[in-house]
Design a protein around this ligand. Structure first.
Ligand code: HEC
Length: 138
């Protein structure tokens, strides 16, 4: 009797874990989208960055986090593109400020918002590398 109930518990545990297992999330840096960015997509992302995202993310205005903050952007990257798309498309209340829907690019399409998000990570890598070089030159 004891053995049977133990088996039942084990089987249901395995079953339970299997069912609740979420779809794996791919970090931006490991994603197909990020690693296959074309020049055209980078340019498109850059132009959205320049008219919208730059305003807050370049200097950390309105509670946004600057791109040099590697720890922050690495953890954001691990949320994956879909979640980040939702944050930017719908807006997000952060710890010290609010990102308005579409990062204020009201005429942006879904594709353009995705490109601008991928561009931010592209730029963040550059900013972080430059920052590291600067620090090691001191
Ligand atoms: C008015 C200021 C502002 C603008 C403009 C803005 N952001 Fe943000 N962004 C924020 C703030 C504030 C946060 C939240 C910071 C935090 O996590 O505390 C944020 C967070 C983010 C995050 C992380 C979201 C998450 O779920 O962790 C991404 C990605 C992002 N912004 C991308 C963009 C992109 C792309 C644009 C341009 C299309 C943009 N932002 C424009 C202020 C802004």
């Amino acid at each position: 009797m004891k053995k049977i109930s133990l088996k039942i518990i084990l089987v249901s545990l395995v079953f339970f874990c299997h069912c609740t297992k979420k779809k794996p999330v791919t970090s931006i840096y490991d994603s197909i989208e990020y690693n296959n960015l074309t020049k055209k997509e980078i340019r498109s992302g850059e132009s959205i960055w320049a008219i919208a995202c730059f305003r807050c993310h370049m200097y950390g205005t309105n509670g946004a986090v600057v791109l040099e903050e590697k720890t922050y952007w690495d953890s954001v990257a691990s949320k994956g593109l879909e979640k980040l798309f939702n944050s930017v498309w719908n807006g997000k209340q952060g710890e010290s400020g609010l990102m308005p829907p579409k990062g204020l690019c009201n005429l942006c399409s879904e594709t353009e918002i995705r490109e601008s998000i991928l561009y931010i990570f592209h730029l963040a890598k550059k900013a972080q590398a430059a920052n590291k070089a600067k620090l090691s030159n001191k």
